[in-house]
Design a protein around this ligand. Structure first.
Ligand code: HEC
Ligand code: HEC
Length: 283
């Protein structure tokens, strides 16, 4: 356990230094998003192909840069998207696309119903690259501190958060506060798939049902999907690939973590802190 303790205090130190450095914005970084954004140059990373990042940035700039800054690090009209939990929880532009269709007009985020799926995907890659760059620069995830109210967290768990509809503190989550450091625990419910540390791979895997025009529907664990093909592993463990042509065959993907992704859209900072404080007590 000793090395974990040391790691935890190192993370605390990092969190602290991030909090401090957040108060001194880098020159030219914030505000209106004018001019060259020095940190925006994409580094070579297979997850973020430079050409896709560049295309995403091109779509982002004119439509979003005015409020969020050309480098997405925030501006006068909109928040820093490189530290956004919403972006962190987005998968391949799926959540971003939904947000852009509707906007959050009451909160100053307009709707962009005419963005094409390709534009949304490119922008998502650009934004995820921004998140990664912020993490690399700052060496940590968004600030994590156990400062919440555990009793309110318990209420949220069994109430508005509906966590108890899938989890139980006397079954799957029993003792979780003793198994993980608070920072890892918080990461777990904010992004079970992306958080540090392993996780229950099988329980998190996306499922897919493919229904060809002729022949029976086939269900299984999603291995990969593109506009041209979908591959799944069926119950007997066989890999099966279907080529796609528009709506043929019908492909329905379900995500066991959808509730967690939805959570990112509605959970408040207070709820996050309270939940973490509560889960930490589950020893
Ligand atoms: C007129 C200003 C404005 C423009 C233009 C704008 N946004 Fe926003 N955006 C906002 C505001 C304000 C919020 C915060 C809304 C809230 O608190 O719910 C926001 C929130 C968001 C969020 C959620 C952040 C989070 O952590 O919850 C994302 C993602 C986002 N915007 C992406 C975009 C993209 C992509 C574009 C361009 C296609 C865009 N925005 C254009 C003002 C803007
Ligand atoms: C609709 C079902 C559903 C809801 C609602 C839900 N979760 Fe989850 N949660 C899952 C699934 C599925 C996993 C991934 C499989 C696993 O690790 O158990 C998961 C994983 C987790 C984990 C990681 C567990 C581990 O051992 O690694 C935590 C912590 C967690 N959820 C907390 C929460 C909290 C807190 C809420 C309420 C705000 C919540 N969940 C709401 C389905 C749900």
């Amino acid at each position: 356990m000793v090395p974990i303790k040391i790691l935890a205090s190192a993370l605390c130190a990092l969190t602290l230094s991030v909090t401090l450095s957040a108060q001194t914005p880098p020159a030219g970084g914030r505000g209106g998003g004018r001019g060259a954004a020095p940190a925006a140059a994409p580094r070579a990373n297979p997850k973020f192909p430079a050409d896709v990042v560049a295309r995403g940035k091109e779509s982002f700039g004119p439509s979003c840069g005015f409020c969020h800054g050309l480098d997405a690090r925030g501006g006068d009209g909109g928040p820093d998207l490189a530290r956004s939990l919403f972006v962190l929880g987005d998968e391949n532009g799926q959540q971003l696309g939904e947000l852009l269709k509707a906007g959050r007009p009451n909160n100053g985020m307009p709707a962009f119903p005419n963005m094409t799926p390709a534009q949304v995907k490119d922008m998502a890659v650009f934004l995820h690259e921004r998140v990664e760059a912020a993490r690399n620069r700052e060496g940590t995830t968004p600030p994590n501190i156990v400062v919440g109210n555990a009793a309110d967290g318990q209420k949220y768990f069994n109430g508005a958060g509906k966590c108890n509809t899938c989890h139980s503190v006397t079954a799957d989550l029993q003792g979780i506060g003793g198994k993980m450091e608070p920072i890892a625990l918080q990461d777990k419910f904010l992004s079970p798939r992306g958080g540090r540390g392993g996780g229950n791979g099988a329980a998190m895997a996306k499922k897919v049902t493919v229904t060809p025009k002729t022949g029976p529907a086939v269900s299984g664990t999603l291995m990969s999907v593109s506009d041209f093909a979908v591959t799944l592993r069926d119950a007997s463990g066989d890999r099966r690939t279907f080529t796609r042509d528009g709506d043929e065959p019908k492909v329905v993907i379900t995500d066991p973590l959808q509730a967690h992704l939805n959570l990112l859209r509605v959970i408040t900072d207070k709820d996050i802190h309270d939940l973490t404080a509560y889960l930490v007590t589950l020893k």
